[in-house]
Design a protein around this ligand. Sequence first.
Ligand code: GDP
Length: 292
Amino acid sequence: MSSPPIHWYPGHIAKSERQLKHHLDKIDLIIEVRDARIPLATGHPHINRWLKGKQHLLVINRCDMVTTAAREAWERWFRARGQRAVWCDAKAGAGVKRVQQTAIRAGNQLNERRRNRKMRPRPVRALALGFPNVGKSTLINRLAKQKVVASARRAGVTRTLRWVRLGRELDLLDAPGILPPYLDDQQAALYLALCDDIGQAAYDGELVARAFLQLLIGSQKRDASGITISVLETRYGIPVAEKTRDPAYWLQAAAARHTSGNTTRMAQRLLDDFRKSALGSIALELPELRGA
Ligand code: GDP
């Protein structure tokens, strides 16, 4: 599939990345939050640099947005690579306790070492890191059991760094969504745009919607992905027939029916529907599709 060009790197994110480097030596544990619909595309290519000497807790959030088959496929994939991920749905709270317990266990190890060196135990200092909109703030709010950071469905809302105390055992540095300076992988960039993990200014919504349609239309046989092409007919009344297999045609036909012929608005509606799961569970990435 050809991907529309996607460009970004908003200034405030560059600034926060510099701030973040500043705080890194104080951190014991990095809680890396990814999006279950795209567990690879939401992995930061430089994470290994930041992880040096620290523990790593991989959290795959939005697990409610993919099928069980997709989740199991990814669990096998991560396990085969020696990585264990905690899956959660920060919005509903499922799996959050496990995130907390795993973080505290990391703290216990830390304090064991401190005790051996006759030092006083202290809370584990964790950093929650991840692309904008993966659900970091929601997870932190859940962990804190109260609203401590603004959470919104807009890429890049969390801007400044601050420490949040979560009980006696965990101090958490809330970092903003971090984007890598360049993303060579345009396919990953498309996925990030679809999931609203990069700001809308970085891409043309209509081109991204057409690429999404292409993906839906071209993928009838991937059961684990959860994609059902018939949703295009049941939700919008436009079946995928010979002509409408072309995404541009489909979008035009749907726009004629729903948005007075305005394809930009129709594209936005399609993207919004995907983002709020109105098209069902859709795993955009699956291990077997990434040459795994
Ligand atoms: P952040 O930018 O990474 O801090 O993301 P937020 O925590 O602000 O979350 C962005 C949006 O996604 C909010 O509307 C949340 O309610 C929603 N959200 C967060 N976690 C989940 C989840 O696990 N499942 C679903 N369905 N929505 C989530």
